[in-house]
Design a protein around this ligand. Structure first.
Ligand code: SF4
Length: 328
């Protein structure tokens, strides 16, 4: 039986941090064993908010591809490609724009939120308004059944389902309505306890050298109530403990929690355990990153093969769409 199809992409809008790794890429690696996965670098999406300064998009695209592979995505198991190398996405985006009421786009919650968030940019563009439409084209062009998302992103998928439904109603049942493949992501706090995010400057990046990772964890916030070594702490108030939850074993977690509430362990020693575990997790990724960065031929070949395969699948869909829309 054919495996069901999963589609997901990531924007090359900067460096990948361990929150992205644990929250998305690790899940993608698991999914490639069970589904027919299509994973892509969404370089056109990066332009929807970053059009005024595209100087880093090419380099970020390469870096994201390196991180995909370093994190364990396997081009033999999943189709890994670059969005702009499959121009059928743009064609479907255009054709879907003919049938999508603008009101649908204006009421997507992230439209206003992101405009508020990025007030330093002029986002009164069609490209930004049409972002969910391009996203819809990305998904349905592969007739993907599933999109892996966290529970908070489920509403974002609703417009893709509506647009697929509208196309199917107007012309013919072509597109499955994509469903959320819900995944429990562990919360990864940043160095200051807020959500790990590039814009907060509180992230640990996959491209950080080991000494930088070590330094970042050493200076990370702890329970503010634990000012002296002899003060008892509450691990739940400490971002360090939240990171332990992601990277340390159950036994170590129990040990650290007990040590924290009894002042049996100092924050320096507690962080040393975390540093060891984060290193254990990241070391194979660092090694693969170094290998890939030194071997751009492999990268180019992976992107070329993946984009060609994606293009073939996308073209099969477009043949049907063009025919139905009177363009064949
Ligand atoms: S002992 Fe560990 S968990 Fe407790 S406050 Fe210090 S760093 Fe945080």
């Amino acid at each position: 039986m054919d495996r069901q199809r999963v589609l997901s992409g990531m924007q090359p809008s900067g460096k990948v941090h361990i929150g992205n790794l644990v929250g998305a890429l690790r899940n993608w690696v698991n999914l490639q064993e069970r589904y027919d996965c299509f994973y892509f670098v969404a370089d056109w999406h990066a332009l929807t908010t970053g059009y005024a300064d595209p100087s880093e998009i090419r380099e970020n695209t390469k870096d994201l591809l390196v991180n995909f592979l370093a994190a364990g995505l396997d081009p033999e198991k999943a189709t890994i490609f670059i969005q702009s190398k499959v121009p059928q996405h743009a064609e479907l985006h255009l054709l879907l724009s003919m049938i999508t009421p603008t009101g649908w786009l204006e009421r997507v919650p992230s439209y206003k939120e992101k405009q508020q968030e990025l007030q330093d940019r002029d986002l009164s563009t069609y490209g930004f308004l049409g972002y969910p439409l391009l996203q819809t084209a990305d998904i349905i062009i592969y007739r993907a059944q599933y999109v892996p998302v966290g529970v908070d992103q489920v509403p974002h998928l609703e417009i893709s389902r509506e647009i697929a439904r509208r196309f199917n109603f107007l012309y013919k049942e072509v597109f499955p309505e994509p469903e959320a493949l819900l995944t429990e992501f562990p919360k990864v706090p940043g160095l200051d306890g807020r959500k790990m995010s590039k814009s907060y400057g509180n992230a640990i990046y996959l491209s950080d050298p080991p000494e930088v990772v070590e330094q970042k964890i050493r200076t990370m916030m702890t329970d503010p109530a634990r000012k002296r070594r002899t003060d008892k702490g509450d691990p739940e108030q400490s971002p360090v403990y939240q990171l332990h939850k992601v990277f340390s074993s159950k036994e170590e977690l129990a040990e650290v929690a007990e040590g924290c509430v009894t002042a049996g362990i100092g924050c320096i020693d507690c962080k040393k355990i975390l540093i060891r575990n984060v290193f254990g997790y990241l070391e194979p990724i660092w090694t693969r990153r170094a290998g890939l960065l030194a071997d751009s031929e492999t990268l180019v070949e992976v992107a070329r093969r993946g984009s060609r395969k994606a293009g073939q699948v996308a073209e099969e869909t477009m043949v049907i769409v063009r025919e139905l829309m009177g363009l064949a």
